[in-house]
Design a protein around this ligand. Structure first.
Ligand code: GRF
Length: 221
């Protein structure tokens, strides 16, 4: 089998706050399908995040920048900026990171930050998307991978996973189904980025040199 050339792999920091199942999906994709990234740090704002254990199990360095350990938000943001800046990664992956990044952070790393948000953006920005979509009577729900800008859940969209809402769905069931889709689309978009086919140019998503105005959609099968 051909050895993966880690020298050319995209250096990546993953930011988490919780369970880290998306982080796990990415780690599995690196191991099983040679996703060409090298995770150099998993950074959590929450000391209790289970994702830290997942990173350690995979032999990846971890760091906790505990939000509650700072006297104010500005100091926390500064520490985040400094810690990430000194590593200067090629890519920053938000995988269930529950804090809003500072404007300065977004500016410093424009075009290098990806997020996954559990809705078919631009619908349902913010929290509690599962219950909100069920209450809305919409036909579909899903998740979106997008570039991060300083405007919350509003950066250029890349790829979506879409599932039809069932009459029997509650928010827990719907979440479970959407998350299974996330484990497919997030590694997919990260691969495009690492291979150089996905870029953010002048605030727009481009894939293979072409600007896309609508997200790519992966339907549940
Ligand atoms: C994901 O479902 C993602 O949509 C949202 O936060 C959740 C994090 O889950 N941004 P996990 O920590 O990856 O398990």
């Amino acid at each position: 089998m051909k050895e993966l050339d880690i020298g050319s792999a995209t250096s990546t920091i993953v930011l988490i706050s919780g369970d880290g199942t998306n982080l796990q999906a990415i780690l599995d994709e690196i191991t099983n399908n040679h996703l060409p990234i090298r995770i150099i740090l998993v950074l959590s704002d929450n000391p209790q995040a289970y994702g830290i254990k997942r990173a350690k199990n995979a032999g990846i360095p971890t760091k906790i920048i505990n939000y509650h350990g700072f006297k104010d938000k500005a100091d926390f943001h500064l520490s985040m900026e400094e810690n990430v800046k000194k590593i200067d990664p090629d890519l920053i992956v938000l995988a269930g990171y529950m804090r809003i990044l500072s404007e300065e952070f977004c500016r410093q790393f424009t075009g290098k930050i990806l997020n996954i948000h559990p809705s078919l953006l631009p619908k349902f920005r913010g929290l509690n998307t599962y219950q909100r979509v069920l209450d809305s009577g919409d036909e579909f729900h899903g998740s979106t991978v997008h570039f991060v800008t300083s405007k919350l859940d509003s950066g250029p969209i890349i790829l979506q996973y879409r599932t039809k809402i069932r009459t029997t769905d509650d928010s827990k069931q719907l979440r479970k189904r959407v998350q299974l889709g996330e484990y497919q689309i997030y590694p997919m978009a990260i691969r495009w980025f690492a291979e150089g086919s996905l870029k953010m140019i002048k605030g727009k998503t481009t894939l293979n040199g072409k600007r896309i105005s609508k997200p790519k959609i992966l339907e549940e099968t």
